[in-house]
Design a protein around this ligand. Structure first.
Ligand code: CP3
Length: 340
């Protein structure tokens, strides 16, 4: 698998490419299956349909890896929190987590068992996927998942989570430890079900000042990576702490690939990290609105990364109104231009 080879800095014939949120609303085929399922969460829980949409971007766009279709928030859902996805608003937890009693009511081990629909989807997807294509499993970072559990929904300021961080850091650490305990077993089950690589999404890393980022977010991500790496050294681990370009000097850990978001200058990430990690990224997702912007963006990124280990991706998820034709063009041009 070219994607796995690239994760381990092996020589590859071209730069492998995939897109975050590649199984999603910009594909009419995805919308059709989601409609059949009834809702986003019903789609996550139906392993056959989840597998079907995971395979769509491989079939339609020719990406080098499939990412399993699911969501980072199924973990707190199956720990016992009520979750719904409201159209236009995103995820909502009707009873956010605010004290130790709320935390004690959650069951991390039960969650790992109840998430069997994710493992079933991985298993089926791995069976159907061409053998040269990799299958990526994933989870959210403990911090990013915790922000949704504490805020109850997406947030601009993360004020509730950060209030807890400064007023009651012990409680936040307990929440993060409980989540990390679940995530270790969850990722392990994903490997057993057929995941060839794993990505940890830390979308809200940038909400934290430097010390808080390392103490409350990245230390837990590193703990998770060390646990998996020790048992499964052949499985590449990708971390994606979003928009933390100011903190790159202090990044280290038992992972293979560092995902660079679009706001971080790729030269900076290359100079600070690429001697130690493979870099993944980081085309600005809005470039996909325009073919010329795509072509220029690809050429620039390839020239920055020339001679270095690299996996091509967007610098964050693909947006729902991107024309499929442009997404196809992006994948094809990365594969063509990087082979030259
Ligand atoms: O990348 C993939 O194709 C795999 C599937 C995937 C989804 N969510 C499907 C999804 C992955 C890897 C995620 C991760 C995820 N989920 C993150 C981290 C990555 C990031 O984007 O920063 C976060 C923060 C979430 C939580 C979440 N899920 C939000 C905030 C939303 C609503 C925002 C939106 O785009 O509507 C979701 C819903 C969601 N997760 C959708 C998809 C395809 C859209 C739901 C739909 O079909 O209507």
């Amino acid at each position: 698998m070219i994607f796995i080879d690239a994760c381990f800095k092996k020589k590859v014939p071209y730069t492998p490419v995939w897109m975050m949120r590649q199984a999603g609303r910009y594909l009419s085929e995805y919308m059709a299956v989601r409609k059949e399922a009834g809702s986003f969460l019903a789609l996550c829980k139906d392993y056959k349909k989840a597998s079907e949409v995971s395979l769509q971007p491989v079939e339609i766009l020719g990406v080098d890896a499939a990412i399993i279709f699911s969501d980072i928030l199924v973990v707190p859902l199956e720990m016992g929190m009520h979750l719904c996805f409201k159209a236009g608003e995103g995820p909502v937890f009707s009873k956010p987590l605010s004290n130790l009693e709320d935390l004690k009511a959650l069951d991390p081990l039960k969650a790992v068992k109840k998430l069997s629909y994710v493992y079933d989807a991985l298993k089926l997807t791995r069976e159907k996927l061409p053998k040269e294509k990799a299958l990526i499993g994933f989870c959210g970072s403990a911090w990013t998942i915790a922000t949704y559990m504490i805020e109850g929904a997406g947030s601009k300021s993360y004020a509730k989570s950060k209030k807890m961080l400064y007023q009651n850091p012990e409680l936040l650490h307990q929440i993060l430890s409980t989540l990390t305990q679940a995530l270790k077993l969850y990722l392990e089950e994903q490997i057993k079900a057929g995941a060839n690589a794993l990505q940890i999404f830390d979308s809200w890393a940038s909400a934290l000042e430097e010390k808080a980022f390392f103490d409350f977010s990245f230390s837990y991500t590193k703990e998770l990576c060390s646990y998996i790496k020790e048992k499964y050294p052949h499985i590449p681990l990708i971390v994606f702490p979003r928009a933390i370009s100011g903190y790159l000097d202090k990044i280290n850990g038992d992972f293979d690939v560092f995902g660079v978001d679009w706001s971080t200058p790729l030269e900076l990430a290359r100079d600070k990290l690429s001697s130690r990690f493979v870099l993944q990224g980081n085309l600005e997702p809005c470039r996909l609105y325009d073919k010329k912007a795509i072509e220029e963006g690809i050429k620039e990124i390839l020239s920055i990364m020339r001679g270095r280990a690299h996996i091509f991706n967007l610098g964050h998820g693909i947006l729902p109104d991107i024309p499929v034709e442009n997404a196809k063009f992006f994948i094809k041009r990365v594969q063509e231009l990087s082979a030259l």
